[in-house]
Design a protein around this ligand. Structure first.
Ligand SMILES: [Zn+2]
Length: 194
């Protein structure tokens, strides 16, 4: 539920719409992220929540996946950086949610996907057309939640972003990438029999 003061503030200021999640938020002069497709105001909220946000959200290790869900939702436009970012963050969600990797191993997952091997990390992934996120979920719902509900709102946000992706035709591609770049002991071409 939105706090009353929050709803009030939202109705009085000039706004901008986030291209990643459709959130309509008061304009800010803050920076935009280099390659995420997020409005400055939406990104500011993500940076706050993941940086100095309510620590209670992150007592639940699953909520450390907030950054993965946010990047997987705010995909931006196709570029080497955005392709790699979306792949790494989606494979991290895939590992924890589908493969049962402990959420506190998320950093290990993000690094493992990019470990050295052939193909080189820039050539491993392709652009995945994202599901439609224009109706959310939105990170702003976490900030707007009552303090005791923030951790649950964060968890719900992460799960909703993943669930939208998991219903796309890209799930088999993600499964293939996960096998090749996370599960496989070594990243490299299949050896031909001697
Ligand atoms: Zn957004």
């Amino acid at each position: 539920m939105l706090r009353a003061d929050y709803a009030d503030r939202m109705s009085q200021e000039p706004t901008e719409t986030c291209p990643g999640c459709g959130a309509v938020l008061p304009l800010t002069t803050g920076p935009i992220h280099r390659y995420l497709g997020a409005s400055a105001s939406c990104w500011e909220r993500c940076a706050t929540l993941t940086g100095v946000g309510e620590p209670a959200i992150f007592l639940d290790p699953f909520n450390g996946l907030l950054v993965d869900a946010y990047a997987a939702q705010h995909v931006g436009t196709p570029s080497d950086q955005s392709i790699q970012s979306v792949a790494v963050h989606l494979l991290t969600l895939y590992g924890v949610i589908l493969e049962g990797v402990a959420p506190d191993q998320a950093l290990w997952l993000r690094r493992r996907v990019l470990r050295p091997g052939i193909p080189e990390k820039h050539a491993r992934f392709v652009w995945l057309t994202p599901p439609d996120f224009c109706h959310g979920p939105r990170i702003v719902a976490i900030e707007a939640a009552e303090p005791l509900q923030m951790a649950a709102a964060c968890r719900a946000y992460i799960q909703q972003v993943w669930s939208a992706w998991s219903r796309t035709e890209h799930l088999p591609t993600l499964a293939h990438w996960y096998q090749a770049y996370v599960t496989a002991e070594k990243i490299g071409p299949e050896r031909s029999p001697a």
